[in-house]
Write a new protein. Sequence first.
Length: 193
Amino acid sequence: MKKIIGLSLAAASLFAYQPDYKQIFLPTPAKMEAVKQVFAKDVRFILDEKVAMLDDNKKEIGTIFEGTQVKLLETKGDLSKVSVAGEVVGDKLAFSKDGEFIYLVSKSAKPEMSFWVKSSSLTSDKDAAFEGVEVFYYDSCTSCHAAHAPSEHALDEWDAYLGAMQMNAKITDEQKDRILRYMQAHSSNGAFK
């Protein structure tokens, strides 16, 4: 009887143990970081809320906003030359052909642009690039209700939702636009979903 109980307990423990195979196959953080560095060596994100875009003569030609993904071309002193490519809508470059989030305003917006920005306004960490606006969103939009996750709605739905709530949240048009860029970038069909 003791043998049967012992075998039953051993068999039960074998069936009860289910290894987490997902963990076994995930690369270690060190390997992931090495892969990210090789893959995204020249990829950066705009860190500051608004960054002046400068031409080769260091004359301001527009504004690029936080979270926008850029390609780092070169660095000279405290400036970095970056490039973006996307679809021009009026005076704005809105989204790249690959669906990456871009947001800049320039009177001379073109489908492919390169320009200079302050090096200190760039980061290789996408999450850090959106941290400021994410905090602002949750501070502004939770005084009356629970915050909605950006992924709850599609990119084209967020403008109407924010427009309807702007008066209740007591935010300016510029603040609404900032939140809208964040919500659209992280929407269910956004670049950073």
